[in-house]
Ligand binder design. Structure first.
Ligand code: FAD
Length: 252
């Protein structure tokens, strides 16, 4: 008999509000606080914006916001000043996403403010992008999303220690990705490597211990005799991160 007799399995949930708050933070803090964005950084940002425009699970107004931000970046072929970009972001937010003034973390809320938050939202966004590309019949290039993520992390992610660890995994294993399914699994494995390394680290929220994801309880079929059943893992990730299944809680 189950050790959880009273409680049916509650699935993990992905909240759109976390991804939108992450997007706002990414643009306002990791891009707009740079003095200038030029050269390789600019190229990396253009590619990332392209991927966001294709695969971010955007509500209508967020889609319009993303498009106008991308147009601003593409218009500045020689680069732009972070401060000027930041001023534009404020105007775009007023026009398209005024509710972003008061966003609170939901799934990524830590038990104290030092925990979780932005890095959690970034992983969540990355998984959402890879699943969205996996499900999109027009998307033909398995590495499209992962390359854009890689370069975003390389040039912009404020946690430089995180970037170093992530890029090491990229260098060692990204070339093994041949299909869109491989891409979804690659990101899952890279994230699990971080989870294992950071388990019991000072950065771990004691209320949200890091585990090899998903847990046995949430996905009993994902493991067979202690080995991953990758087909089931893909199914689980697709259900968790697909656009149709995201929770709008906190946004309306
Ligand atoms: P997170 O690990 O942020 O996960 C967010 C949510 O994703 C979880 O709540 C869960 O629902 C889901 N999830 C968990 N694992 C998986 C998985 N394998 N596949 C799919 N979904 C999953 N911090 C450091 O201190 N050192 C580092 O080197 C470091 N590297 C990082 C590299 C990257 C690219 C990123 C985005 C973050 C990195 N971080 C690092 C931050 C760290 O990984 C966590 O994001 C942070 O500690 C917050 O953890 P969390 O408990 O909110 O869950």
């Amino acid at each position: 008999t189950s050790i959880y007799p009273l409680k049916p399995l509650t699935p993990d949930v992905t909240y759109l509000i976390d991804i939108e708050k992450g997007l706002k933070y990414l643009l306002e803090h990791e891009v707009a606080l740079l003095r200038v964005v030029t050269g390789e950084k600019l190229e990396a940002l253009k590619n990332f914006m392209l991927v966001l425009n294709k695969y971010f699970p955007a509500r209508k107004r967020v889609g319009e916001y993303l498009e106008i931000v991308m147009n601003y970046i593409n218009k500045h072929a020689d680069g732009f000043k972070g401060e000027e970009f930041g001023e534009k972001l404020k105007l775009y937010e007023q026009k398209y996403t005024p509710e972003w003034k008061n966003l609170e973390w939901k799934g990524c809320k830590g038990s104290r403010p030092v925990y979780r938050g932005y890095p959690c939202s970034l992983w969540t966004m990355f998984h959402t992008l890879s699943v969205s590309s996996y499900l999109d019949p027009h998307s033909k290039e398995p590495l499209e999303v992962l390359k854009a993520i890689k370069d975003y992390v390389k040039y912009f992610f404020g946690c430089r220690e995180c970037a170093t660890h992530f890029l090491k995994v990229v260098n060692e294993t990204l070339s093994q990705v041949k299909t869109k399914e491989d891409a979804v699994l690659w990101l899952w494995k890279a994230h699990n490597k971080a989870n294992i390394r950071l388990s019991k680290d000072v950065s771990e929220d004691p209320k949200y211990p890091k585990i090899e994801f998903p847990s046995r309880i949430k996905c009993p079929l994902c493991r067979v005799d202690n080995k991953w059943n990758e087909k089931e893992v893909v199914n689980y990730l697709v259900e968790l991160y697909r656009r149709e299944n995201l929770s709008f809680e906190g946004l309306n």
